[in-house]
Design a protein. Sequence first.
Length: 396
Amino acid sequence: MKITDVKLDVVRIPRETGFVCEHAFVRLLTDEGITGVGEMSDFSHLPKYALDAADLTVTLRRQLVGRDPHELSALNLELAGLFPETMYYYEKGTFIRCGVDMALHDLLAKSLGVNVSRLLGGRLRDKIKVCYPIFRHRSVSEVADNLAVVRSKLEQGFDVFRLYAGVNPDADEAFLDGVRSEFGSRVTIKSLDYSHLLDWKPALRITRRLAPYDVQLVESPAFRNDVEGLRNFRMAVDLPVSEHVWSFKQLSDMIRHDSVDLFNIALIFIGGFEAARKAAAAAEVAGKGVLIGTTQELGYGTAAQALLGGALANLNAVSDPTGPYVYTDDVSTEKVRYEDGYLLLPELAKPGIGVEIDWDKVERLKTEGFSWGDQELAQLQDRTRAAKPPGTSVIS
Ligand code: GAE
Ligand code: MG
Ligand code: MG
């Protein structure tokens, strides 16, 4: 089998918070008439510059056309050469590698007539427990709206939530207090996520204040790549600490420094199935657990994440993919299924990733290429619509 062409489509899809995200679908066409599809989800992260979609298409064609997709490892190595690790969480090159690796897996599984799970060593589970995100409070006035989010998502079956915290601890506490008094034991708070915005000491102080509200773990409580800060934090709290994995070097640093209890692994931030499985295996060998993180994928990317979660022996914390309930629209023909706060894997009988894309809808939603809107720094960090007029400083 040979790859004959590469296609790239960019779609813009708003969230319920009003924040708009750009995603790309990559298609690998072959001489056997089978097409592999990969999702490059949510490019709308810092740094605030946009890729050139036409140029990226040319690059991917140059690298992939004429190649046999069975050369999965060789192709991944070449892609890692073209889009190297930068030790940055939202490195766009990793998103590109993820989309291509996902499309290769989809292609190979379809050509074998099996689900991608078969390529990942089978399934250890058919569903993964997930939690719904509460985006960061900047003021106490936002608490009521976020309690309303908990109310409505609880009705949709989500009984575990995670809270982006640390910018306004009074608001964080008011929210947690509100959750406890209104929902009691019906709602669990999985984590406080500081998103690397704080040094470990202020993160520790805020955690001591908020931990009595029964949170299960703390995520990203130190500046990016500060593996010693993470360890200092971890040694000072009883709660498990998790951190995202965005490069093999960073992963190995965290293992060597015994910085965390849990590695947060998402296909998009590590570069696809092959890289994610290596990262999860390294964690397993080091005696660490993993959870499946998210950038908030569309339905297709969410299904891919579910397949990864289904295959990991050391998945032992609540995971994060809830994109289909975060975005206001999608391009898959059927909605990915959630039940009682679990994300269900696509049926094993479905070949490839197991989710179909509605290409007419992609055609309707697609944009010329990547471009940035008028999002300000705090919006980009917090994934919400503008709280302050454009041009206002967010550094206090
Ligand atoms: O930090 C996290 O756990 C998030 O999922 C984080 O990566 C978010 O910024 C996410 C989003 O776009 O909401 O990517
Ligand atoms: Mg996080
Ligand atoms: Mg994201």
